[in-house]
Design a protein around this ligand. Structure first.
Ligand SMILES: *Cc1c(COP(=O)(O)O)cnc(C)c1O
Length: 496
């Protein structure tokens, strides 16, 4: 089997993509990268003639070469068959002269579904050939959204289980219902008396607990995480950049080979990095526009070459982008330095020790060949939600609005422009209503959904409105020091 991946911080240990997906993060703290990225280009003419599934198969086969064609086909069919509410999976719609790429047609109505419906299937296959068949229990703490996407992705996937902890009383009613109504024989959900940080801290401790690890190993179970630095989450996101391009070609909006710009609401830099991967695989990309909210570490970085996390963390109305350390950026640094692991490791050391690192001008010049940036405040975001509704009759969520605001401010360079739309507006009904100038006083999540639906006649997605009548299956709430036992019980139950 061809070895293919290694750490961004060392070229020493080569692993297959299956091993990289099972491990998640490299043992030296680096992220898995492949030096073969870009050696193989995808056949653009073929891509424009085919649908989402075939494109996803082509992308996965190119980037995860140790998966057989049959394995890839089974994973794609399982992930995108009927879990998305449209056969197009990620449809493109017009907004003024530009385009929105709707990434929120999956079970939880946000873009993380595209990857989190795929990752569990990739892991399930990998554990059979690489992991001596042990059970994989995903453990994650969530502040609301990612937990549900993980639950839905792993539910009833063979050989896997998933345990999610959320801060009880500190997620929205709809977020809580999304989690506690989750079906599946291999899922476990528990509220924590404490904050998200308490839950996160304890999950980290659980991963580092060697005694627990040994007991679970005896029972044939290994713990893993599903976070966005996993290769198995990055790779599925590459597909929709190609598919969006195919949709534009088929609609007669671009000629084959003509470049397109993509604007991406960015947090951990996973989504926009997938666009860079697409470019390396031969997609004609003009600019990748990195859109940030008030936590604009990336805007400052792209403008100055200094990555500086030493600043106040701001809670915004686009919470999934409230991030000060964009982990996936490390992969880009690796490629921009032609694979100089020592330099990448040095910058990451600077970041962890001092909170800041500085890139030299030649590396920044290379970065700016493809990437550009901008940011939007909450006020900008609300104004964009409102103007997009009033002028275009298109309803967008706050994350998408950050992207659209940044895109609208840029002078067009004559290319077609695609803004990635990362969540359904009904996931954030209260903030969207408020942006439209409506009062949300005293309204709960469902009342906000109803009011937004009455106001706009845009139908609320069944994935969210159906929660009203769904049975609550996971009543558990525990203290921080009971989480470890909860995980162990869940493992015993799921892998009995
Ligand atoms: C996670 C998320 C983002 C940010 O994506 P990254 O890959 O972390 O950059 C943007 N919008 C929504 C709705 C998200 O859930």
């Amino acid at each position: 089997m061809k070895t293919f991946y290694h750490s961004t911080r060392s070229g020493a240990d080569l692993v297959t993509s299956k091993q990289a997906i099972l491990a998640g993060i490299a043992s030296d703290g680096g992220l898995y990268v492949s030096d073969q990225l870009g050696d193989e280009k995808l056949d653009l003419a073929a891509i424009t003639a085919q649908g989402y599934h075939a494109t996803a198969r082509a992308v996965l086969s190119a980037l995860l070469p140790d998966y057989s064609a049959d394995e890839v086909a089974a994973c794609v069919a399982g992930a995108y068959a009927d879990n998305f509410d449209t056969p197009a999976v990620t449809p493109l719609t017009a907004v003024g002269p530009d385009w929105l790429l709707e990434l929120w047609h999956g079970p939880t109505c946000a873009f993380k579904d595209v990857a989190l419906q795929m990752l569990p299937r990739l892991m399930s296959v990998a554990r059979l050939t690489e992991g001596n068949g042990q059970g994989v229990m995903i453990v994650t703490a969530t502040s609301g959204d990612t937990g549900k996407a993980a639950l839905d992705g792993f539910a009833d996937v063979a050989g896997t289980g998933v345990t999610v902890f959320y801060p009880a009383g500190k997620v929205s009613d709809i977020q809580r219902l999304q989690m506690v109504t989750q079906k599946g024989a291999n899922v476990a959900v528990c509220g924590i008396r404490g904050t998200f940080d308490d839950a996160q801290t304890e999950v980290k401790r659980i991963f580092a607990d060697r005694a627990l690890e040994a007991r679970l190993a005896d029972a044939g179970v290994v713990l893993s995480s599903a976070n966005s630095i996993n290769v198995g989450r990055l790779v599925p996101q590459v597909s929709y950049y190609f598919d969006a391009y195919a949709q534009l070609v088929r609609a007669g909006k671009v000629a084959l080979g003509e470049a397109v710009d993509y604007c991406v609401p960015t947090g951990n830099f996973g989504d926009v990095l997938a666009g860079y991967y697409a470019k390396q695989l031969g997609l004609p990309v003009g600019k990748l526009i990195v859109a940030s909210n008030t936590n604009k570490v990336l805007t400052d970085f792209i403008e100055t070459g200094v990555y500086d996390r030493r600043r106040e963390f701001v809670k915004t109305i686009s919470p999934s982008m409230d991030i000060l350390v964009s982990s996936n950026l490390e992969r880009l640094l690796y490629y921009l330095t032609d694979g100089d692991c020592a330099r990448v490791a040095g910058w990451m050391k600077d970041l962890s020790e001092t909170g800041v690192y500085t890139l030299p001008a030649d590396v920044m010049d290379r970065l700016r060949e493809t990437f550009t940036c901008g940011f939007a405040t909450d006020d900008d975001t609300r104004a964009t939600i409102r103007s997009t509704w009033e002028n275009e009759r298109v309803l967008i969520d706050p994350h998408t609005a950050v992207g659209k605001c940044v895109l609208d401010r840029r002078v067009s360079e004559g290319r077609q422009r695609v803004c990635l739309s990362t969540a359904n507006p009904y996931k954030f009904s209260a903030d969207v209503l408020a942006a439209l100038g409506e009062s949300v006083e005293g309204l709960d999540g469902f009342a906000c959904m109803d009011k937004l639906e009455a106001l706009t006649s845009v139908p609320a997605p069944a994935q969210l409105s159906g929660l009203r009548s769904a049975a609550e299956l996971h009543p558990d709430v525990c203290d921080q020091d009971e989480m470890s036992a909860f995980v162990e019980n869940a493992c015993a139950r799921v892998f009995a």
